[in-house]
Design a protein around this ligand. Structure first.
Ligand SMILES: [Zn+2]
Length: 148
């Protein structure tokens, strides 16, 4: 029996002892191989990155807007188009990933984490519902992370 793993970044508890990067890798593999799971790919990546302090300040601001739009019905294809246009151009001026020396981010007591998505990974519909609920929670709770 392995010990449960408690993530110091997002607060997720993984009963099988997996770390968040391990669970993230498993879920991405599932999303790549099964379109029923892959539909929520954008949410999975954004939520994971936000909860593990992966985004720079401009990327946090940009991604918060995309998450809100996607939750409100903007198709993933449109978000990808914006990403290709706005972020690839912006990438010349700002980094997407958080850099050493960027301001430290406050800790957030997240109500949902990747562990909730992982628990629903046995069924595509349950998984989509769990990841969408995760994204809703992240958008509401990420406010303290946004630059003032
Ligand atoms: Zn974590």
């Amino acid at each position: 029996m392995s010990q449960p793993y408690n993530c110091p970044d997002c607060g997720a508890v993984h009963p099988d002892g997996s770390t968040c990067p391990e669970v993230f890798g498993r879920l991405l593999a599932l999303e790549m191989t099964d379109p029923g799971f892959g539909q929520v790919h954008l949410f999975t990546v954004a939520c994971y990155m936000i909860q593990h302090n992966g985004y720079s300040d401009p990327a946090l601001v940009w991604m918060e807007r995309q998450l809100r739009d996607h939750l409100a019905g903007t198709p993933a294809a449109e978000i990808r188009r914006r990403s290709a246009q706005e972020v690839s151009q912006a990438e010349r001026k700002w980094k997407v990933t958080r850099q050493p020396g960027d301001r430290p981010l406050p800790r957030v007591a997240w109500s949902r984490t990747i562990a909730d998505a992982d628990r629903a990974a046995g069924d595509p519909a349950a998984y989509q519902a769990a990841v969408t609920a995760w994204a809703r929670a992240v958008v509401e709770e990420m406010r303290p992370l946004l630059p003032r």
